[in-house]
Design a protein. Structure first.
Lengths: 163, 147
């Protein structure tokens, strides 16, 4: 998979037509095709290609965590040895309750954490229990961790590219 | 939400087909009709149970830049800074978190240059340093929340 894959003008028009969502009608890709001005077959072929190349992660729904009862969303941050972060990232990312998992740079001395995992639970007690499971998995490589709960959503618009 | 709504949410977190009649294909799997599925997804979106339906684009693979950043903002200045940061179009998400680093936002830009420019602008307009935390590596994205 290449990271240098770029969008051509038609891909870009498809992205613009679909980035806020697919039309809710029996033939959504045909509706996109009419908007973009190309055949539906070409829209579908290009979207399949974007799925294969990873430009589209997936097509589907994103539930609102809060509405499904997952009211405690903890960003857990960990200080682990750099040489072990890949191995631990794979293990922690495989846990069913972890949604995002990244290595990020430290900002010493204020911010010693280099590993992030988002954990979703119905309440803080459940998140803390899940964090204990992560801590057990990480074992002695856990040199410190914190849970940062979101207290307020200040803005949420999602990714948009310009027209 | 009834059983069918839950089944729809669980099924569609896993993927939506690319074909001539995708709703009909998914509806058949869920023992419902195309029209019922479409109207349920519409209602779940309108009711805020679903926040999106469609393709999830991967910013970096499209040549874009997506980065997490944080700032230490004292409570007394929080609202002023939130207004400035939220007004920047490149800021896709912004959250208050219970930590000394109290404001966490995601910058979505089409080029690394726009990313750097947005960070500079935020530092200049707010007067606070930004802790830029671009991902070095991604291990997993995605989660199936049981509805």
């Amino acid at each position: 998979m290449t990271l240098e894959t770029t969008l051509d003008e038609i891909d870009r028009r498809i992205v613009l037509a679909t980035q806020s969502g697919l039309p809710l009608e029996p033939q959504p890709y045909h509706a996109v095709a009419r908007q973009v001005g190309i055949p539906a077959e070409e829209v579908m072929a290009r979207m399949r290609r974007m799925l294969e190349s990873g430009m589209i992660r997936r097509i589907g729904v994103v539930p609102n965590h809060y509405a499904l009862g997952y009211k405690a969303n903890g960003m857990t941050v960990w200080d682990v040895p750099d040489e072990r972060v890949d191995e631990l990232g794979e293990k922690v990312g495989a846990l069913e309750f972890v949604s995002h998992c990244y290595q990020r740079p430290r900002h010493l001395p204020d911010w010693p954490y280099n590993f992030f995992a988002m954990v979703h639970g119905h309440d803080r007690g459940e998140v803390e229990e899940l964090v204990r499971r992560i801590a057990e998995l990480i074992g002695a490589a856990d040199r410190g961790h914190e849970i940062l709960y979101s207290t307020r959503i200040l803005k949420k618009t999602g990714l948009r590219i310009g027209g | 939400m009834d059983e069918l709504d839950r089944a729809i949410i669980n099924e569609l977190q896993g993927g939506f087909p690319v074909c001539d009649h995708p709703f009909a294909e998914v509806a058949a799997r869920l023992y419902t009709t195309e029209q019922e599925l479409i109207s349920r997804v519409d209602l779940l979106l309108k009711g805020g149970i679903l926040s999106r339906f469609g393709p999830m684009y991967h910013a970096e693979r499209m040549g874009g830049s997506l980065s997490l950043a944080a700032m230490k903002i004292p409570d007394s200045d929080f609202e002023r800074v939130a207004q400035i940061v939220n007004a920047i179009p490149e800021v896709a998400h912004n959250y208050a978190r219970d930590h000394a680093l109290s404001m966490w936002f995601v910058l979505a830009t089409e080029t690394p240059r726009q990313h750097a420019a947005a960070l500079e602008r935020i530092e200049r307009e707010t007067g606070y340093p930004v802790y830029d935390m671009p991902k070095i590596k991604e291990y997993f994205i995605g989660l199936k929340l049981a509805a």
